[in-house]
Structures are given as structure tokens and as C-alpha cells.
Design a binder for this molecule. Structure first.
Ligand SMILES: *Cc1c(COP(=O)(O)O)cnc(C)c1O
Ligand code: SF4
Length: 449
């Protein structure tokens, strides 16, 4: 497409070169500097030229989406880092301080690292996670970065060089053997980072062996990506865009369902013409685009905006899939929306879309026992309670059983909730504990209290 913006990435080293930065105050630039030492920061020319409304900065939600904000650090952490930056501290000191602050930000929520790594003949398969019966997550080693970084992302430790937290695997052969040995698995979900940062040849090296192998159980290949928003040219004018679309077509023609799990956080991300063209190009290959986003203070905590976003997605032929609750990691204190408010926002937005948009589920917490949906607030025998259910669970028997928690307007995560009616435990806790016992060598029972 003529006129495509050339890809240029900006981070801590060069963000002052962004032309639009010239109009911003020194204070905002200093805050970016300070917070960007602790949390990952990368943005790019498309985000800058097509998504951010610069007349609305610093409050613009799309600015907040990729640029570090002062409020993302707790005041004491901010002050400590700011003093070091001001005094011109050595980079080794900045790094050590940043690492100490990061360790206090729950860098591996929901047992991400320890609980879900599958094994094959006794060896653990790094670069894979198998938490729910049907779906294996696969982290291709070439796909562990993104076209830009979302400031709320729970994968943030992977981007700041906390290397031991990186999931990576080149071992697609072992994935194939694992899938042969586990016929209950119907889905492989490629995730990252963003697997769409990979060139078409690398991606094919992961996907084609899955098509070539005899895997009748494998029905769905999913790719989690934010590239439609952050770099739609990936599907239009990059050197290998045609090759990439041909690969997608090959998956569909093989009889497997290819789903792009696309992240959109704000309706404005669907407006640029290249985004619409990229969606069309992908859909023309036979792939289905399903959409998901967390609910985030400062970015999208407004029901009208979700209605607009889901409507725009359905108009473009995408299928709304999940509204997530912001995870208990990183800058959660900045982005968190209490569960009851989250439910109100979901409900108000859901009421205003047609049935075609009501494929979306939420608000849902990806917590250690599973994906827990807040169904709402109700009253049972004169007591106000919160009603919840599992959409996904470590134990499939937990799924779709309503359960009750004490009404709590402040609660923002599953760990904050207490069982209703004076019960000592939620129904799934005994099962979760036996799961921990079976995984004793790696258990962190503090993940779920
Ligand atoms: C969400 C998620 C999946 C996919 O769940 P679906 O409900 O099938 O979309 C798989 N594994 C993990 C760890 C997840 O968090
Ligand atoms: S694109 Fe996805 S993985 Fe990358 S920073 Fe954003 S949410 Fe995280």
C-alpha cells in the first residue's frame, strides 16, 4: 500500500526524538524516563501517527497504552527511581534498583512459571504451558517481543530481561510428540510476546509441522496477537505479507480452524484504514478473528466505549470473545477496576449490543485455579452476594457451577474475595490444594490464598 508508515520503534533511548514529544512538558518526559527504567517501554511509528490523539496527551488512552505513566509506580518507588535519575546514578545502580522494585510487583502471577509446564517422559517442556485440558500454550522463542509494549501487560517480566521468566522453545517436534501423546488436546495457542513479530518463514517452521504430522485431535490453531492494532502493515505491505497470508490459507485448507486472538483495547484501534484492510485480508484466508481485552482504568473503563468497540468488531466480521479483569501484577494498582464495577461496565455495554456481539464473556479473571467470571451481584435470603463461575478450570468439573462470595465493592481479584454465608472455603479450594501437593517441588501456595 503506498504511503505506509515505515516501522520505527521508540524506547527509553530515543523517545525524545519522536516529533510530537517536542510539545510535551519536561515533567511528562521525566516521568517516562523514570517509570521506563522499571516497566517495559516500546512504541512505534504507527501507534504515534495513527492511534494517539496528541491534542489529548497526557490523558489520551492510546498514549497511556504504550507510554509509561507516573502513577504506574507506587509513590515510594517513583520517588526512589526519580532521585536516582536526577542524581545521574550509574546504570548498574539504576538496574539493581529497578530489579528490586520489579520483584515486589508479583512478576509471575497465577502460577505462570511454576504450575503449568507440561512434561514428556519425565522431562519438563519449557516454552509450553498446559493448564486447561483442551489447550496447550506454546511460546515460540522467536516471538517473545511485540511491535510495541502495552503498559498494562502481565507478560512484562519477559520484556525487561528477567530472563529466567522467559518461556521459549524451538522444540516444535516435542510439541508434536506431546500432542500425539495427549489426544485430549484440541487447541494449540501460539503466544508470546506477539508471535506475529516473527517472519513468515519462522512462523511456518512452527505451524507446518503441526499440519504435516498426523494429529487428528488438533482442531484449532490459535495465534494471540496485537499486531492488527500496533502494526497492521504486517498483513499488507511487509516484505513477507503475502507469504504470511498464504500460510494462513494453508492452515484453513488443511481443515484446521485458524483463529487470530486479536487484542484491541479501545475502539479507536479499529478506525485506521490499514487496520480494516488487514482484517479483511486475514478473513479472506479463511481465518477467524476473535477479540479480547482487559478492562483498564485510564484506558477503557467506560461502558459506551466497549459497546462501540464490540459493534465495530462485529461490523468488521470479528467475534468478540473475552473481557478480562486486569491481573494482579505490575502496575495493577494503576489499572485495576474493582470486580463489581467491572461487572456493571460489562453489563451496561452488553445490554446495548445485538446478539451477534454477545459472544463476549466477562469480566473474567485468569487466576490460578482458572478463568473466573463475575456473573454479578445478587441477594440470597436477604444477604447481598457476588455470583461467580469458572469459564475454564484446572479441574473441568469446576466449570459452569455458580458459586458465591461475600459482597465486596473494593475486591479487584479472586484473592480479595471471601466465601459467602460464613463458609470457610470456596468449593474448589480443596481440589486446588491437592493439585499443589502433587506439584510440591514447584508449588507457591501464596499464589492463591
Ligand atoms: C485463556 C487460556 C486458555 C484458552 O482458554 P479458552 O477459554 O479456550 O479460550 C488456555 N490456556 C490458558 C493458560 C489460558 O489462560
Ligand atoms: S502486545 Fe500482548 S504481549 Fe505484547 S505487551 Fe501488549 S498485551 Fe503484552
Amino acid at each position: 500500500m503506498p504511503g505506509a508508515t515505515p516501522y520505527k520503534a521508540y524506547s527509553l533511548n530515543n523517545f525524545r526524538d519522536i516529533p510530537q514529544m517536542a510539545n510535551l512538558s519536561d515533567e511528562i518526559k521525566f516521568d517516562i524516563q523514570v517509570v521506563g527504567h522499571v516497566l517495559p517501554f516500546k512504541t512505534n511509528s504507527f501507534v504515534i501517527d495513527h492511534l494517539i490523539d496528541w491534542s489529548n496527551v497526557p490523558d489520551d488512552p492510546l498514549f497511556i497504552l504504550t507510554f509509561p505513566q507516573r502513577g504506574m509506580l507506587l509513590p515510594e518507588h517513583y520517588d526512589e527511581m526519580a532521585a536516582l535519575v536526577k542524581s545521574g546514578a550509574k546504570s548498574s545502580i539504576l538496574k539493581a534498583t529497578a530489579n528490586r522494585i520489579r520483584m515486589g510487583l508479583n512478576p509471575h502471577p497465577a502460577g505462570q512459571v511454576s504450575h503449568n509446564v507440561p512434561t514428556l517422559e519425565g522431562d519438563s517442556l519449557d516454552g509450553m504451558q498446559h493448564k486447561y485440558r483442551e489447550t496447550v500454550l506454546f511460546f515460540p522463542s522467536n516471538g517473545q517481543t511485540c511491535h510495541a509494549y502495552c503498559s498494562f501487560c502481565f507478560r512484562w517480566p519477559q520484556f525487561v530481561g528477567m530472563a529466567e521468566l522467559k518461556f521459549a522453545s524451538k522444540e516444535v517436534e516435542r510439541l508434536v510428540v506431546y500432542l500425539q501423546a495427549n489426544p485430549q488436546v484440541t487447541d494449540v495457542l501460539f503466544t508470546g510476546g506477539d508471535p506475529m513479530v516473527m517472519n513468515a518463514r519462522h512462523l511456518a517452521a512452527y505451524i507446518e509441522p503441526l499440519l504435516a504430522a498426523d494429529l487428528p485431535n488438533l482442531r484449532h490453531i490459535r495465534i494471540g496477537t496485537k499486531s492488527l492494532s500496533f502494526w497492521p502493515y504486517r498483513f499488507l505491505t511487509d516484505n513477507d505479507s503475502d507469504e504470511l497470508l498464504a500460510l494462513f490459507r494453508k492452515v484453513s485448507e488443511s481443515g484446521k480452524h485458524l483463529a487470530l486472538m486479536a487484542h484491541f483495547n479501545h475502539p479507536r484501534e479499529l478506525a485506521p484504514e490499514p487496520v480494516k484492510q488487514a482484517i479483511k485480508a486475514i478473513r479472506d484466508t479463511g481465518a477467524v478473528i476473535r477479540t479480547q481485552s482487559p478492562l483498564l482504568a485510564h484506558i477503557n473503563d467506560d461502558p459506551a466505549l466497549w459497546t462501540e468497540m464490540w459493534n465495530a468488531q462485529v461490523d468488521l466480521g470479528c467475534v468478540p470473545y473475552y473481557m478480562f479483569v486486569a491481573r494482579d501484577t505490575g502496575a495493577q494498582h494503576y489499572f485495576a477496576v474493582p470486580l463489581i464495577r467491572a461487572w456493571e461496565i460489562f453489563r451496561e455495554a452488553y445490554q446495548r449490543v445485538s446478539g451477534l456481539g454477545r459472544t463476549v464473556r466477562g469480566p473474567s479473571m485468569s487466576a490460578n485455579p482458572g478463568k473466573v467470571q463475575v456473573l454479578g451481584v445478587s441477594e440470597v435470603q436477604g444477604q447481598k452476594v457476588m455470583v461467580l463461575r469458572f469459564i475454564q478450570g484446572r479441574d473441568p468439573d469446576w466449570i459452569h457451577r455458580p458459586f458465591f462470595a461475600k459482597y465486596d465493592e473494593q475486591a479487584a481479584w479472586l484473592n480479595d474475595l471471601k466465601p459467602a454465608f460464613g463458609e470457610p472455603h470456596f468449593f474448589f479450594e480443596a481440589g486446588l490444594e491437592s493439585f499443589y501437593r502433587e506439584n510440591l517441588q514447584t508449588a507457591h501456595s501464596e499464589d492463591y490464598e
